[in-house]
Write a protein that binds this ligand. Structure first.
Ligand SMILES: [Zn+2]
Length: 98
């Protein structure tokens, strides 16, 4: 009986990795990260992935930034030196080179 425990966990990890890969893809999440987490935490990672909200992809040439004041989600161009929050109109400087 003892000899079946290790194969069970290996098969379980492989099945979880396949499910995580598929679910992460459908939900706009990082596939590699969720495959890794599902191998590490097995069904628990699948459960977490099933409950967290779907992340919609950002338009081409933009990245997702959260306003430091109101936490509103923004799509900002990759090369933009600053942006104005659409919600609270706070202007945030993105130029990290001083
Ligand atoms: Zn804001």
């Amino acid at each position: 009986m003892e000899s079946l425990i290790l194969p069970f966990f290996i098969v379980s990890a492989i099945v979880c990795a396949f499910i995580a890969n598929r679910m992460a893809g459908q939900r706009g999440r990082n596939r590699d990260l969720w495959i890794f987490l599902s191998i590490l935490f097995s069904w628990l990672a699948i459960l977490v992935l099933a409950t967290i909200p779907t992340q919609t992809p950002t338009p081409a040439g933009t990245r997702r930034i959260y306003c430091p004041r109101c936490n509103a989600e923004q799509n900002v161009a990759h090369n933009a030196p600053s942006y104005e929050c659409w919600q609270c109109h706070l202007v945030t400087d993105l130029n990290v080179k001083h």
